[in-house]
Design a protein around this ligand. Structure first.
Ligand code: FES
Length: 155
């Protein structure tokens, strides 16, 4: 079903949680330097939010463009990048933001991911979070391609 499909090119990123759940995340909603927002892809025509597949949980954040290494910078638009939010250890949602060092942290067993170089900093996660290519349409953030690596628990 459409709710289960992986992110499709042209999908809009919408809030996965909070007061504006299912509404588009706008570029100005993202504070420079974090924290990230949790997102799902939504078909802009049918308004179906693809939230029935846990591996569609995304995180989107904005950092200074010059802070990314070249590989990640190639997929950053206006400093905004999008990653899978599903920890590659046992599949928890990576929901914590470490504001000082600007790192993403999984609350289950403490894996820490660096959004700048797409690497695991510490913890049991075997692989980094997969990048999801995006582009901007005005203030909206749109999926521009498939995940660039494996998504979800990696055993
Ligand atoms: Fe994320 Fe174990 S599930 S560290």
């Amino acid at each position: 079903t459409p709710e289960n499909e992986p992110p499709q090119v042209g999908d809009l990123l919408v809030y996965a949680t909070g007061a504006r759940i299912n509404q588009p995340i706008l570029t100005d909603d993202l504070p420079l330097g974090g924290p990230f927002r949790l997102a799902f892809p939504m078909d802009p025509q049918t308004k179906v939010v693809r939230s029935q597949n846990v591996n569609n949980t995304l995180l989107v954040l904005k950092l200074p463009l010059q802070s990314y290494d070249p590989k990640v910078a190639a997929h950053a638009v206006g400093g905004i990048v999008c990653y899978s939010a599903i920890c590659t250890h046992l599949g928890c949602t990576v929901s914590d933001w470490e504001a000082g060092p600007q790192l993403m942290r999984c609350p289950c067993h403490g894996s820490i991911y660096n959004p700048r170089d797409d690497k695991v900093v510490s913890g049991p996660a075997p692989l980094p979070l997969a990048l999801l290519p995006i582009r901007l349409e005005g203030p909206q953030i749109v999926v521009a391609g498939a995940f660039l690596g494996p998504v979800g628990e990696q055993t």
